[in-house]
Design a protein around this ligand. Structure first.
Ligand SMILES: *[C@@H]1O[C@H](CO)[C@@H](O)[C@H](O)[C@H]1NC(C)=O
Length: 151
């Protein structure tokens, strides 16, 4: 398999790590609420958001997590990291110029550069590679490892 095939496989496995239930109807932060306003599920951001800025004219945003955030995804211990500061440009159903979110798979770090939402599905862009997954796998905001719960 080449790298792109492996990446797709990884993202598929990632999507299987789905929260089984989500009972809290309140988004953890304003940033999460804004995600839903733009047609995205809150599970794209960890629960540790401390500050958030959005220019509603241009769509440029920054999300501050206070500290970098690491998530280990069972069952195969894939690692995803969020930088202290995530930036990008959000539009209805579209996040572009994304910086600060990476996944480690197959001995490499892959930066998620953009995300598109069509309602039922999310399309993740890693450079020229894309992979599509059900939005319902991202309904819960994950907690960072080694940090106290913020909720
Ligand atoms: C928001 O974006 C618009 C368009 O790019 C720009 O003209 C404006 O200065 C920005 N506002 C702030 C507060 O950065």
């Amino acid at each position: 398999m080449d790298n792109k095939t492996l990446l797709f496989l990884f993202l598929f496995l990632f999507s299987l790590y789905a929260p089984i239930s989500y009972s809290d109807p309140n988004p953890p932060s304003v940033a999460h609420a804004q995600l839903t306003n733009y047609g995205f599920p809150i599970g794209l951001l960890p629960s540790s958001v401390q500050a958030y800025n959005l220019n509603q004219t241009s769509g440029h945003f920054s999300v501050h997590l206070g500290d970098s955030c690491k998530l280990t995804l069972p069952p195969d211990n894939y690692v995803a990291t969020y930088s202290r500061k995530i930036t990008g440009k959000i539009d209805q159903g579209r996040i572009a110029d994304l910086q600060g979110i990476r996944v480690r798979a197959f001995f490499q770090w892959w930066s998620i550069t953009g995300i598109r939402s069509s309602g039922d599905n999310l399309v993740f862009e890693v450079g020229m590679v894309t992979a599509k997954f059900p939005t319902k796998n991202f309904v819960e905001s994950p907690k960072c490892e080694g940090q106290r719960s913020s909720s």
